[in-house]
Design a protein around this ligand. Structure first.
Ligand SMILES: Nc1ncnc2c1ncn2[C@@H]1O[C@H](COP(=O)(O)OP(=O)(O)OP(=O)(O)O)[C@@H](O)[C@H]1O
Ligand SMILES: [Mg+2]
Length: 303
């Protein structure tokens, strides 16, 4: 483990000199659907020829219009969709040819946060149990250790031990999403696929959760594949951004560069269609995170 120094932009540049954590190459995913007649099933390619890399500690934003293949790409990385062609290498290991059951180590290292936390939390269990179950599944047998790690995870996401004893329905949307983040991060993963992780939240909660994700990244060095519609949010959190159109990746580049100097006509169209293309530099971004951190500390002291 490396020491937990803050992940400044300078370090992000440095870490990019490392080996990539994830290499996606010429990836294709197909869906099969019922045809006009049952014996003629239709196969359609949802994504094709998709290639990109994610480096340690980096956030890669993934944008594109609805149906362009963002979730399909994320789900292939999570092994929820099979690859029809191409390759996904995680820390040098080919992922697409692993057996039917995803190895536990991969399920630990690559986590997901989806749009609707409610659907991924068991309504019949208190949320502390959800995190406990995750630890148990991953071989943490000592109940005392599980409890300590769950408490630490809840604390990291700004929830108290009191919240651990509540059912999902007794939490706000933002709190539920914090539980989903706690569960995703408790195993100290290397990559988290965030698929519209804040899209269902109101604006101020979105900001808090985004800053929380950025803070946790600074502490843990986790990488994010950040899928979202909202270009303002993606610009705020991403180091680089990839743009998808109709199943293809049409442009990828440094976040600010992509916003200020988009190369592909589709990217220009997408940015033109976005109401939130106000520039925010790294200094502003850091200042905002710092303000959030102070606010969070103040809240914790009050609690
Ligand atoms: N389970 C499925 N079966 C058949 N086709 C699917 C399935 N899931 C997605 N598709 C199709 O694959 C394409 C890509 O869908 P995907 O969900 O990856 O898009 P997306 O970019 O995540 O869109 P959104 O922004 O609306 O979430 C679409 O044409 C979609 O209709
Ligand atoms: Mg989607």
């Amino acid at each position: 483990m490396t020491t937990t120094t803050p992940n400044t932009s300078h370090e992000t540049e440095a870490s990019r000199a490392d080996e990539p954590l994830l290499v996606v190459e010429d990836l294709a995913v197909e869906y099969e659907s019922a045809g006009a007649v049952p014996w003629r099933r239709k196969v359609s390619r949802a994504i094709d020829g998709v290639s990109f890399e994610i480096f340690p500690g980096e956030t890669l934003g993934l944008v594109g219009e609805s149906g362009s293949g963002k979730s399909t790409t994320g789900r292939a990385i999570l092994r929820l969709n099979d690859a029809a062609a191409g390759s996904i290498r995680f820390q040098g290991t080919e992922v697409t040819t692993l057996g039917r059951r995803t190895p536990l180590s991969y399920r630990r290292d690559v986590q997901a946060i989806f749009q609707d936390p409610n659907s991924s939390l068991n309504p019949r269990h208190v949320v502390g149990r959800c995190v406990d179950d995750t630890l148990r599944t991953h071989g943490v047998t000592d109940p005392g250790e599980r409890r300590a790690r769950a408490e630490q995870a809840f604390d990291q996401v700004g929830l108290s031990t009191d919240h651990m004893h509540r059912f999902p329905a007794e939490l706000s949307g933002g709190q539920q999403q914090r539980v989903a983040i706690a569960r995703a991060l408790v195993l100290e993963p290397k990559l988290v696929v965030c698929d519209e992780a804040v899209s269902a939240l109101d604006l101020s909660t979105q900001g808090q959760i985004i800053n929380l994700l950025a803070d946790l990244q600074a502490i843990t060095g986790v990488s994010y594949l950040f899928i979202a519609h909202d270009l303002g949010i993606v610009r705020h959190i991403s180091d680089r951004i990839a743009v998808m159109q109709r199943g293809h990746l049409v442009e990828i580049g440094e976040a600010e560069e992509l916003f200020t100097n988009p190369q592909h006509a589709y990217t220009r169209k997408l940015l033109g269609a976005s109401p939130a293309s106000k520039p925010e530099g790294r200094d502003e971004r850091r200042a905002r995170r710092e303000a959030f951190r102070q606010m969070h500390e103040a809240e914790t002291q009050l609690a």
